[in-house]
Design a protein around this ligand. Structure first.
Ligand code: FE2
Length: 465
């Protein structure tokens, strides 16, 4: 095999220059969540089955599925790649990618991330390393690392590069998760102007609108661009999920249930981890808003039962567990918690997060559904300030904060409920759920005037519809 340069100037070991050019297309496709990403990779592998980066990308994509059956496949690919590299020769960058895949498939997400960051020092045009590190920073729950990783790269790319908008959107998301909402919105909107089908960038702005309580604008934003972003892979369901969050706060529950049925779970059988995260989180939220969700949990529990032994991302496992405890499948839930306990003993990045936060949170979810509200309050409360570590976005993790408040109210601890809701309305001044909860907490303590004022705030937010 020889070395060929792609249009970004990156060297690839391949049989033909065409493979290197196609790999650049693959990277763009992946950054854009395009449905053709798998096809492009297949095309490269058919024509050039020994190309190291094509094999590595196959391993990466398997790992990105976020569940243990796919991870086992990624591990096999990684082992084959390690054996294959000495036979074909490879560039330093390709060897680093193979090492990152190996680290990741062995549970060392931090090492994998460090390798991608190292690659980017020399090769800032490596969009694959950049997007993958964005993903793993995301699942380390550290917005500042997401933000800074892009800040380092942005000045090194030409603004005319066709993928430049993807970088702006990633930067926007890092800014948003670092609570820099104004700058996040600016970068996100700029990215969407360049490419309205860039779902991740549309999503970065959706997050800003969520975190700043601009529900009406949020609905208009997501709906208005739907024709563009709905062309992407299953990530599109996450944008529907965001739209549901705005509707929830406005009390538009029929709309939420309709979107849940028509979109959120429409491809749940494909077993993509984000679909279950969207679905579990939304059903639990609906219930906390007082909505009867019928037998919708049972479908999610059937999917979750096939993931009780997963040891990939604790954030995802917690969402499978939510479905099991909510559907009342005690045996599967206990088995899963026992597996998370074993997982927390391993020497892996996510295992450490399980040990510090994930296991306690899992037990808190079980207690919340088993009627042990004081237990749920104590457990979830003990890790509330460590919760970022489980990864995902602040908006996604918020469901666990809401469950803590819900359990506190159910436990009958009115003073604690008042203090937690006071904090929440301080932060989420545009949230009807929060004002409603605060009102109830004050009423429970006989503080009627305050309760009426808080109830009026909740009603005002809903009546804006
Ligand atoms: Fe999101």
């Amino acid at each position: 095999m020889k070395q060929f340069s792609d249009p970004n100037g990156l060297a690839f070991t391949a049989s033909t220059g065409e493979s290197a050019a196609l790999f650049a297309k693959l990277t763009s496709s992946y950054m854009g969540f395009r449905r053709t990403t798998g096809e492009v990779l297949g095309q490269i592998l058919d024509a050039d089955p020994d190309m190291p980066m094509a094999r590595c990308a196959k391993g990466y994509f398997a790992k990105l599925m976020g569940s243990s059956n796919h991870s086992a496949h990624a591990l096999e690919i990684s082992r084959d790649l390690d054996a294959h590299l000495p036979k074909v020769g490879a560039t330093d960058r390709e060897r680093q990618h193979a090492a990152a895949l190996s680290a990741w498939t062995h549970g060392d997400m931090e090492k994998a991330t460090a390798i991608w960051e190292e690659i980017l020092l020399d090769e800032p045009m490596d969009g694959l390393a950049l997007r993958l590190s964005h993903f793993t920073h995301f699942y380390s729950g550290d917005g500042r690392r997401m933000r800074d990783a892009l800040a380092r790269i942005l000045p090194l790319w030409s603004e005319d590069h066709p993928d430049y908008g993807f970088l702006l959107g990633m930067y926007a998301f890092g800014l948003e998760e670092s609570r820099e909402y104004a700058r996040a919105e600016e970068y996100g909107r700029k990215a969407v102007e360049l490419n309205p089908a860039d779902a991740w960038s549309v999503h970065s702005v959706a997050h800003v609108l969520e975190m700043t309580g601009r529900q009406e604008e949020g609905i208009d934003w997501v709906k208005g661009l739907e024709a563009d972003w709905s062309t992407v892979n299953n990530f599109r369901f996450h944008l529907h999920w965001h739209r549901c969050l705005y509707h929830l706060e406005r009390g538009e529950f029929d709309e939420v249930l309709a979107l849940y049925d028509a979109q959120i779970v429409s491809d749940i059988s494909s077993d993509f981890y984000l679909d279950i995260c969207n679905a579990s989180s939304l059903l639990w939220r609906l219930e906390m808003f007082g909505v009867d969700v019928g037998d919708r949990w049972s479908e999610l529990a059937s999917v979750a039962r096939t993931h009780v032994a997963d040891t990939d991302l604790i954030f995802v496992s917690l969402h499978y567990l939510m479905a099991l405890v909510a559907a009342g499948d005690k045996d599967a839930a206990d088995e899963m918690i026992s597996n998370i306990r074993n997982w927390s003993q391993l020497n892996e990045t996510q295992a450490g997060i399980c040990a510090r936060v994930g296991l306690t949170l899992a037990e808190g979810l079980r207690d919340a559904r088993a009627g042990d509200h004081a237990g749920a309050m104590a457990k979830i409360g003990s890790v509330r300030y460590l919760m970022d570590e489980i990864g995902g976005s602040a908006a996604q993790r918020d469901v666990f904060h809401m469950i803590l408040l819900d359990a506190t109210v159910a436990s009958g601890n009115a003073l604690k409920a008042r203090s937690l809701f006071a904090e929440r309305v301080g932060e989420k001044v545009h949230s009807s759920w929060s004002w409603h909860g605060y009102s109830n907490a004050l009423a429970a303590l006989g503080e009627d005037a305050g309760a009426r004022a808080a109830a009026a705030r909740a009603a005002a937010i809903r009546s804006l519809t």
